[in-house]
Design a protein around this ligand. Sequence first.
Ligand code: ATP
Ligand code: MG
Length: 769
Amino acid sequence: MSVVGIDVGFQSCYVAVARAGGIETVANEYSDRNTPACVSFGPRNRSIGAAAKGQVVTNCKNTVQGFKRFHGRAFSDPYVQSAKSSLVYDLAQLPSGSTGIKVMYMEEEKVFSIEQVTAMLLTKLKETAETAMKKPVADCVISVPSFYTDAERRSVIDAAQIAGLNCLRLMNETTAVTLAYGIYKQDLPAPEEKPRNVVFVDLGHSGYQVSICAFNKGKLKMLASASDAALGGKDFDEVLVNHFCEEFGKKYKLDVKTKPRALVRLYQECEKLKKLMSANSSDLPLNIECFMNDIDVTGKLNRGHFEEMCAGLLAKVEAPLRSVMEQAKLKKEDLYAVEIVGGASRIPAVKERVSKFFGKELSMTLNADEAVARGCALQCAILSPAFKVREFSITDVVPYPISLKWNSAAEEGLSDCEVFPKNHAAPFSKVLTFYRREPFSLEAYYNNPKELPYPDPTIGQFMVQKVVPQANGESSKVKVKVRVNVHGVFSVSSASLVEVLKPTEGEEPMETDLAGKEDEVCVLCFGSGKMIMQDKLEKERNDAKNNVEEYVYDMRDKLHGLLEKFVSESDRDTFSLRLEDTENWLYEDGEDQQKQVYIDKLAELKKLGQPIQERYNEAEERPKAFDELGKHIQQFMKIVEAYKTKEEQYEHLDELEMLKVDKQVNDAMIWMNSKMNAQSKHNLNQEPAVKVREIQAKTKELDSACNPIVSKSKPKVEVPKDEKAEQNGPVNGQEGTEAQPGSPEKGAAGGTAAPESAEGNKLPEMDID
Ligand code: ATP
Ligand code: MG
């Protein structure tokens, strides 16, 4: 089982994994822990993450970002309609009425569902985790904003399923942060003591979330959450973009908003400027070359002016802070700390407002970018049977009050009941009892549409079927279980009586209704498999093309450098010409060919290049090979000499055989001299007179002829018994070391090693089973 936490941000995604050593945020193939939430569609393939981000300007119409908040929304949704006007890519309505993303992909117009696009991103993040863990990943915990409604959550679950992920829990982003904060704290108050209350603030690119959490030893309980789903770093960017659009309109007579490419570049530069202004309060420049109609534009701004322009946005910081405090009925003195995370929380004016509201210095003890992913990975570790994590109970809250309404025969009309008030503990199940003679339906809905950042308060309709009167004609008792599950999704279930009318993908799926839905999901999965294959083929094709290109450049350099001496002038001219032709071909007819064409092209070039390269390699290796042969000849010569002078060491060797050795050595020396001689008369640009492997073979031949003869051992002389024991003792030395294992030194070393490695960011009391 894999233990992975995924933060799918509006702008940036992070993946954290649990390993034996603890929680670790892992880097993608660009060695970056931040993967942009971006998917780019091309004529041949898709790119996802950092590669897609690189296409935001060049392929702006088909590069999709900022789609997180389209989850679970109809195309007609006011949020979607208003976002549509500021996007450079197109949206379209899917047959189901939900939001689709329209792009040109593989030279065809395609409309992808938002679940499919997020699934593409999740697939990339899954691969990042797999590369880091070197094993397949399925089980994970994925974060969602705490203000997400049922429809949005269900849509993210669908996306995870398409990506082949088994999402064990959709975790509210701020809850993930509280877990990342609390689980490592050793000094939390005992369960019976007054809890430690901490406020968590997350200002991301698209949303602003605030929660209050009460910590005791071994548990955290969310007390309240509040949000402004329409406040984030991107709104600050928007202010800057509008400012410069106006300025450039006046100064250069440019209508930036008519040119998607220019607009995208302006967004990028404004975001950079915004970040610079966080660190610097002086005037800062904004320059873009060839911005529009070949005009270079320049502007400048400082933090003070920026803050004035953003006064409206900054004024929105306070309301959610006030709201959580009121909901939790806490006073400022009841707070232990205010922790702040999220990229946009780095804006100094935002920090000031939060700090001023609480009359407190802010704490920034968590990693502002990675805390969400790390919290999710911790939750996954808690849920995983493969890890033993310190007992830590997490109680979340229901963000919006949920009611049920039904037709009541007795009361003649609609009855209504709030089943989960705001901030009710979650996950949670309740059993409701009805008395009925016949089937009846229940409708679940959010009863306070005003506070909902979503236009439709309906959650779903649930039909309770097969209800019949009792034998005596009286109403039957029908028990209905309602539940907010671990994903924060509402569902209704009751023993075999209930059937769902409007499908919900709660954790207790109603088979009859879900079948249709599952079919659809399978089609989407199939589609994504095909796209992955297409990406792979395209990558191979590109690699094949790059190989040709690289070879051309590499050889062109070497022909006038390293390889110069190894090719005749006329061959070099021919080859150079071929390389030049190939280079031109790559920019013309060869720009866009099948993989095999490139492979063939490379083979043709190598036919010319390989012999030259080989002559070079031979010349490099030849002296070493001769040297080696020479050494072996000398070594055997010495033995022959020693034998002839009757040295004691060799006197046992056989005379006839030693004559053979002598002859072999002489032959080898003659062979070597003649080959060296021949080679010295050879030009380096010709086939060598002798190949390295022939020299090596000669060395081997000499060895195998002579070694068995000269290495024959002397006949053994019997040594008296006690003398033998004395001799062998120190040589073997085995007994000494074998006696060691139980020794005190070794035990002590083992004992100190364990606690040392348990330090660092190791999971609290976590082990792999
Ligand atoms: P969300 O949480 O809304 O889904 P996200 O998780 O992708 O979005 P973050 O990565 O937390 O968002 O934050 C991104 C935002 O933070 C961007 O608007 C970015 O410009 C902004 N940001 C990052 N660093 C700074 C900085 N130093 N000063 C100002 N803004 C910054
Ligand atoms: Mg975020």
